[in-house]
Design a protein around this ligand. Sequence first.
Ligand SMILES: C[S@@+](CC[C@H](N)C(=O)[O-])C[C@H]1O[C@@H](n2cnc3c(N)ncnc32)[C@H](O)[C@@H]1O
Length: 389
Amino acid sequence: MTLAADPVLPPPSDEAAAHSREVAEHIATAILDAGGWIPFDRYLELALYAPGLGYYAAGSRKFGPEGDFVTAPEISPMFARCLAMQAKQVLDATGGDILELGPGSGVLAADLFAELKALGAPARNYFLLEVSPDLRQRQHALLAERHPQDLGRFTWIDSLPVQFRGVVLANEVLDVVPFSLVRRGGGELTERGVILSEAGFAWEDQPLPDGELRRRAAAAFPPGDYEYLSEVGLAAEGLVRTLSRALECGVALFIDYGFPEREFYHPQRSMGTMRCHYRHRFHGDPFFMPGLQDITAHVDFSAMARAAEQGGAEVEGFTTQAHFLISCGLAVLVSEAEPEMTLSRLKATSAVHRLIDPSEMGELFKVLAIGKGLGEPLLGLRSARPLTL
Ligand SMILES: C[S@@+](CC[C@H](N)C(=O)[O-])C[C@H]1O[C@@H](n2cnc3c(N)ncnc32)[C@H](O)[C@@H]1O
């Protein structure tokens, strides 16, 4: 996602504000039902995914200039073309299918499918795992428009397959899987949750019992007694672990903003990485207009890599988005697509620049590739600078 930091948030329409009040009431009921406190990951589940209400489960625009954020496949079709080059290598080697997690507007599926066809290697099956009914409908409409003859090759699924062969793609999915907030203060670890106050939702920390969350925070937080607050993404790890178990032969690519553990839990990042996205601004208040804004955290890629290994997959590599795309042949694809230096080429090049510029998506966004049984280096990693997990 690329956005500007801006504390002045534009007011919602009357209709949107009414929707947000409904979401807030739904969350308030859940807090009362739970005895007055819910952990923050539960708040996220409700604010983002409550059926018909949550940010991803209801009809707000989300993607593109009129939405809240722009993702790489929306910025330039070159992103999908590079992934198609990578997918082709894996499909040729495995004879498998494509599975995309969280396909958003469906534009990556549409562009990638078109590119594989143009390369003479059409995808046999393109599975889409989308938790949002609203986004499923949008994906279906776009794919029906872009690929009417091939619509039968696209299949929406409700949960991860038990066995899968081929390529799995997850662009900006792990960052929106609900995460917990753990705080260290006065030598104690507590779990941050949400209560109701006179002024609306408010924070409250509760003792963190023994268990995985406590163990993980204790191991990952930097040493010291100073105040520290951060996220732990156990659900995202679970998703990666389950997927790794299901992967018979092939590769899964997780593309997202984030860091290896030593940078994620850096002493200077003592307030965590949570960010809320609303109309191309980002800010730090998850209680602002629930249901109208995205709430995300950066990805701890070391934890995801460990989860993949626990699921029996190997880490094929970890690099920046810029290096991955360039290694897939980005520069050649751009010059082939727009050989003349025209206005169209300039526009295309500036969009591509956003994907690889270190000050935009190039460095903060990383690619974690996990796999099983491929037996050859991935195209996107061959000339990429490897990063340490
Ligand atoms: C930030 S959007 C990214 C969309 C798209 N991949 C892109 O790059 O434009 C996150 C997407 O992940 C979906 N999602 C969230 N949790 C998911 C899960 N557990 N499994 C599958 N999709 C999920 C959301 O509904 C949404 O489509």
